[in-house]
Design a protein around this ligand. Structure first.
Ligand SMILES: Nc1nc2c(ncn2[C@@H]2O[C@H](COP(=O)(O)OP(=O)(O)OP(=O)(O)O)[C@@H](O)[C@H]2O)c(=O)[nH]1
Ligand SMILES: [Mg+2]
Length: 293
């Protein structure tokens, strides 16, 4: 009988959770950027090792932060911050094992205290993993961790999988071995575009945007998507479009190439920018972006 279970990856914003998830399953399911709060939803990635008969459903979670502090850009957007934290907490509750990522390149801060407090109530086994081992300058490296990993070169991964699987009960596979995420297509596409917002736009702008999928037509040979980038203000819209449309074109082209790689077919991506005034404070939008778990 194989071993199957749910494992939540938690840690402060920017600790390297999404990088770890993508590297573990070898696919781009979760957006990565050098800026905090790139991930705002929990994202599943399924790891299967048929030889060892292990299936682990990893859940990448949004970085847990202190509510109401300077997060989500530098805006004190408390409502959205609370929802981002709730996403992570819901995944924690549903997990059988918790992988707690620690970033040795930065000092422990209020966020880490908050995470430790939350985890002190967790009933599940917790594996403390220090990441970014490939970085030379790790002034906050600690001996108090179970495993040290480097997600860029996939160092320490075997040990991590072994540690997790030692905790897993035997259970039939939940997914086919070549299945790596059960993220619906629209959320997957949103995530790809979101990553490009972080890649192409300056400090505050990606946080002021949300991606909306208008329509998807999908057949054997072609995927046709109409998507909208919603900004809060007219001036942000101008920035997202860029001079002569250069920014929006770059975001569109890069997203299309990644989608073609992911879905293995020709992709037509129509991308438009709209203004949705004050969406970060709009309950209707927030409920849609963060459905109740
Ligand atoms: N050198 C190195 N960089 C890493 C490693 N893991 C993550 N990073 C970098 O750290 C930054 C943050 O990575 P993410 O995976 O987006 O972090 P996260 O924990 O998902 O962040 P949020 O989604 O904002 O909570 C990115 O620039 C990554 O390239 C690692 O093992 N080594
Ligand atoms: Mg992330």
């Amino acid at each position: 009988m194989p071993k199957v279970w749910y494992v939540a990856i938690v840690g402060r914003p920017n600790a390297g959770k999404s990088t770890l998830l993508n590297a573990l399953i070898g696919e781009r399911v979760s957006a990565i950027s050098p800026r905090p709060q790139t991930t705002v939803r929990s994202i599943p990635g399924i790891f299967t090792d048929e030889e060892k008969e292990i299936q682990i459903i990893f859940l990448d979670t949004p970085g847990i932060h202190h509510d109401g502090t300077e997060q989500y850009g530098s805006q004190k957007a408390t409502s959205i911050n609370t929802r981002i934290n709730s996403e992570a907490f819901a995944s924690l509750r549903n997990a059988d094992v918790i992988v707690r990522l620690v970033d040795p390149t930065r000092p422990a801060w209020a966020e880490d205290a908050r995470i430790d407090e939350v985890l002190s109530f967790a009933k599940q086994p917790i594996i403390r993993v220090e990441t970014k081992q490939d970085v030379n300058n790790k002034p906050h490296s600690s001996p108090d961790t179970d495993i040290k990993i480097d997600s860029i070169n996939k160092v320490g991964f075997e040990e991590l999988i072994e540690k997790i699987s030692a905790l897993l009960p035997e259970w039939p596979y939940l997914y086919e071995s070549d299945y790596y995420t059960d993220q619906p297509m629209d959320l997957r596409i949103q995530e790809v575009i979101r990553e490009q917002l972080f890649a192409e736009l300056g400090e505050e702008i990606p946080y002021a945007c949300y991606v909306e999928i208008g329509s998807i037509e999908n057949d054997e040979t072609m995927l046709k998507v109409q998507a909208y980038i919603n900004t809060e203000t007219d001036s942000q819209k101008t920035i997202v479009i860029g001079k002569w449309g250069t920014k929006i074109n770059a975001i569109g082209t890069q997203s299309r190439l990644i989608l073609e790689e992911i879905f293995g077919k020709k992709v037509f991506l129509g991308l438009r920018v709209k203004v949705h005034k004050n969406w970060r404070k709009n309950e209707q939008v927030l409920s849609k972006l963060f459905p109740k778990k």
